[in-house]
Design a protein around this ligand. Structure first.
Ligand code: UD1
Length: 345
């Protein structure tokens, strides 16, 4: 299957490219390099030993996206990663987030409709659950109004896709859209080769890049945001999933779409996590242990908007996607550090 991957040089996108090629799929990358570097493409080609079609295009540019579809001709599926993801920035500049995250999805759906492209996998987030009343969260747990414009864009995009699948079921023009919405928990780690990994431009917002940059001496001290939460050690709990496990979920999603959609349109949502929660402090200690080093860290104030704890039920993904995690937290933290060390050299 030829698959258009938007945001294919980003963190999750680039690892998914490797998994797609390993399973014999043919990815085509579209990325505007807003939050990634062109060197990622070279690294991907080194890992996979293949030439990957790449278009430096903004997903909001409908004409340019249409041209990619025309040039590539037989695109059967789209994985839509490209989006802004900095929660704090989205509060300061919400229009940027609505324009980019919601606007680009609408552009893609228009072009997919024009070209009768049947399969879509969408990057959603566990942020749609807010602070769940019950853990682990299942796909039927309530969706809580988002605390940030970023979170809101994920909820809105899910709705836009659901409505489009429903309308396509009744469409006299005979456009059949099938979609899988993957709600990611917290991706960490890197490809074991150390050729690709998470590459935040500027000061990292996310925990693991902050940890690896502190260990590398790029940052002085990691601040753990809050140790007075109602959790065993007082720090927040998340479900940290190895990015290669997450990447493989996209391959399974495309395979499910290809098999199931013969019997009519489908729109399914899956949690993609490990099913296990770890605290920030546990994560820091595990990082120190597996990499045999000491990290400078201190406890600071809570970060506004953080939720106390969340982790996934992954039963649905295990059963219906036929997908399982294969890598541990230790693997993820070892691979993240391996990648960071290669970056410094
Ligand atoms: C956040 C978003 C999530 C989004 C993801 C994408 C919220 C509530 N959630 O996830 O919707 O999909 O980013 O990037 O904002 N931490 C520290 N010190 C640091 C950095 C983080 O202690 O320097 C802690 C945080 O307080 C949190 C945990 O580490 O408890 C994970 O934080 P982070 O990596 O930013 O991810 P989320 O907040 O879970």
């Amino acid at each position: 299957m030829k698959v258009l991957v938007t945001g294919g040089t980003g963190f999750i996108g680039s690892h998914t490219i490797v998994s797609l090629i390993e399973t014999g799929m043919k990815p085509v990358i579209v990325d505007n390099l807003d939050n990634s570097l062109p060197s990622v493409l070279k690294s991907l080609e080194a890992i996979t030993q293949t030439t990957i079609p790449f278009y430096e295009v903004d997903c909001n540019d409908q004409e340019a996206i249409n041209q990619v579809f025309e040039k590539e001709k037989d695109i059967e599926g789209v994985i839509h990663f490209a989006a802004h993801k900095a929660v704090g920035e989205s509060v300061i500049n919400p229009l940027k987030y609505y324009q980019n995250n919601v606007g680009s999805l609408i552009v893609l759906l228009e072009v997919m409709k024009k070209h009768q492209t049947p399969h879509l996998v969408f990057s959603s987030s566990c942020t749609v659950y807010g602070q769940p009343g019950q853990l682990p969260v299942t796909e039927t747990s309530p969706i809580i109004p988002a605390e940030s414009p970023y979170g809101n864009t994920k909820q809105i995009c899910e709705e836009v896709i659901r409505d489009t699948v429903h309308s396509s079921q009744a469409d006299l023009a005979n456009f059949q859209l099938n979609a899988i919405l993957l709600r990611y928990f917290n991706p960490i780690g890197a490809h074991p080769s150390g050729h690709i990994g998470e590459l935040p431009l500027g000061v990292p917002n996310n925990l693991v890049p902050y940890i690896t940059q502190t260990a590398a001496g790029i940052r002085d001290t990691l601040t753990i945001f809050g140790n007075d939460y109602d959790t065993p050690d007082g720090t927040c709990i998340r479900d940290y999933i190895h990015v290669m496990d997450l990447a493989e979920a996209h391959v399974k999603a495309l395979q499910l779409l290809a098999n199931k959609s013969e019997n009519g349109s489908i729109c399914e949502v899956f949690n993609i996590g490990t099913g296990k929660g770890n605290s920030v402090q546990e994560l820091v200690h595990t990082f120190e242990k597996v990499n045999n080093l000491k990290l400078n860290y201190e406890f600071g104030k809570r970060r506004p908007g953080d939720i106390e704890q969340i982790y996934a039920s992954v039963d649905k993904a295990n059963q219906q996607l036929g997908w399982q995690t294969k890598r541990s937290l230790e693997d993820g933290l070892r691979d993240a550090w391996n990648w960071q060390q290669k970056l410094i050299k």
